[in-house]
Design a protein around this ligand. Structure first.
Ligand code: PMP
Length: 370
């Protein structure tokens, strides 16, 4: 077997121990004589699987009791619509624009709400995160993106919003380090980076934001589709319709693995170490450099470029790098076209050895090409 180090922005690597366990349980999970892929979501066999995934997520993220955990479909992208649809009351929301994904969230929200973009780092091609101490106003919610997958930046300090619910897209850094859930109204994330294979989206939502017929602030408008209402899914324990059973099972295995290997503290320490190994190399290299402001650097997605300034030559060098790296078993290192250069996504499941192998390869490449 020849496994590669996969630096993809997502879907991305899963812990090998998890894949091995899934393989061992493929034909007969927990003595049921079935794969989880074949189980009815209403069966006695599946009930403990979804319950266990939720319990582990609650434990690892220390999710307070007054929050619901929902396992939905449609990706983080569907939340760009569900959140305005479900939270709209006054008709206005504040967004902080820190990159492509915030931009998509803003564009979608504008279908239902007036959007105030209260801060943006567009002026410097999203290489930093604007510092916003406080957001005030007649807003239904304030939306932030905690980690910007394409540009490789992270929000280290969230704005104070008083009584306004703070909503966070944490798709690319959920469970990479501690997050104080109680500060947020909603945290949502597509699972395909740190949590599971693609197919499930986690929504952690404070109960008072789930509006339904009995909600004290009134029902949602009748034309909000049933499947796009948080109360539909909350009332049925994410089982209103068939949930993405296998992805939920896989998330349970990933979370169980994290718990058994030192919990979130160990994950955080490992992520910081991995990121430091790569950034330290980039900061001393005369050939490669990181593209983001130091204080806002992501520890999950690390874009970098070469020192070549002429566009055509730089392009050719990037292509050479990506292709030679792939031959060395380091795959998916091409950067996003909006940033150029390369990007190493080093989510939870990327081992330290993978990052060390990348740095060793970069040293060699630098010596041969600088
Ligand atoms: N938000 C962020 C920060 C992302 O990185 C992504 C996916 N790369 C999305 C949203 C969209 O997620 P999905 O593909 O699950 O809709």
């Amino acid at each position: 077997m020849n496994r590669v180090y996969n630096f993809s922005a997502g879907p991305s690597m899963l812990p090998q121990a998890v894949l091995e366990r899934a393989a061992a349980e493929m034909l007969d999970c927990n003595g049921t004589g079935q794969s989880v892929m074949e189980m009815s979501h209403r069966s006695k066999a599946f009930e403990p699987i979804i319950a266990n995934t939720e319990a582990l997520l609650r434990e690892l993220m220390q999710i307070p009791a007054n929050y619901k955990v929902l396992f939905l479909q449609g990706g983080a992208s569907l939340q760009f619509a569900m959140i305005p649809l479900n939270l709209k009351k006054k008709g206005k929301a504040a967004y902080i624009d820190t990159g492509v994904w915030s931009g998509k969230a803003i564009k979608e929200a504008k279908k239902w709400l007036a959007v105030d973009t209260v801060a943006s780092s567009k002026d410097k091609n999203y290489t930093y995160v604007p510092k916003v101490q406080k957001v005030e106003g007649e807003y239904d919610f304030v939306h932030v993106t905690s980690n910007n997958t394409i540009f490789g930046t992270k929000m280290n300090q969230f704005p104070e919003t008083g009584g306004i619910p703070l909503v966070c897209d944490a798709s690319s850094n959920i469970l990479s380090e501690p997050m104080d859930v109680s500060k947020f109204g909603i945290i949502y994330a597509g699972a395909q980076k740190n949590l599971a294979p693609a197919g499930v989206t986690v929504v952690i939502i404070r109960e008072d934001l789930i509006r339904g017929p009995e909600h004290k602030d009134g029902d949602l408008p009748a034309d909000v589709p049933t499947m796009l209402r948080f109360d539909t899914h909350a009332a049925e324990g994410s089982m209103y319709n068939t949930p993405p059973c296998y992805s939920i099972y896989m998330m349970g295995l990933v979370l169980d693995h994290i718990k058994k290997t030192g919990g979130l503290a160990a994950v955080t320490a490992a992520n910081k170490e991995k990121a430091a190994v790569l950034y330290d190399f980039l900061d001393q290299s005369a050939f490669f450099r990181a593209t983001t402001a130091k204080e806002d650097r992501s520890i999950m997605n690390i874009p970098f470029v070469t020192s070549i300034t002429e566009a055509e030559k730089a392009d050719a060098m990037n292509k050479k790098f990506v292709s030679e790296a792939a031959k060395a078993g380091l795959v998916n290192l091409a950067g996003h076209r909006l940033v150029g250069g390369m990007r190493a996504s080093i989510y939870n499941a990327m081992p330290l050895d993978g990052v060390k192998a990348l740095v060793a390869f970069m040293k060699k490449f630098e010596a041969e090409n600088a």
